[in-house]
Unconditional design. Structure first.
Length: 89
C-alpha cells in the first residue's frame, strides 16, 4: 500500500499527475548504482529498490519498495527498475 505523506514534493491527490513531483531514476552509472532525483535535487545513488524507497522517504514520500517499479511518479531513464549495474560489452 502506498502511503502519501504531506511534504514539499507531494500534492494532495497522488493520482493528480499534474502535481509538482518529479522523480527520476537515471541509468546505471559506469561503476554501478543509479542517481535518484526529486524535483531536480539529487537524493543519492541507489543500488536497489530499497535504496530508492529510503531516498523517497527522506523526501517525504513513503512507498513500499515492491510498489516502486509500477509507480506512475517515477521516470526510469535508460532501463527499467530491474537493472542497477552498467551494461556489459
Amino acid at each position: 500500500m502506498t502511503c502519501w505523506n504531506a511534504g514539499p514534493y507531494i500534492p494532495d491527490d497522488p493520482e493528480d499527475m499534474s502535481g509538482p513531483v518529479g522523480v527520476i531514476v537515471h541509468p546505471p552509472s559506469s561503476t554501478g548504482g543509479r542517481r535518484v532525483r526529486v524535483d531536480g535535487e539529487i537524493l543519492g545513488l541507489a543500488h536497489s529498490l530499497t535504496d530508492v524507497a529510503e531516498f523517497l522517504r527522506r523526501a517525504g514520500l513513503e512507498m513500499d519498495p515492491a510498489e516502486i517499479p509500477q509507480s506512475p511518479w517515477i521516470d526510469w531513464r535508460g532501463v527499467g527498475p530491474d537493472r542497477w549495474t552498467p551494461q556489459q560489452g
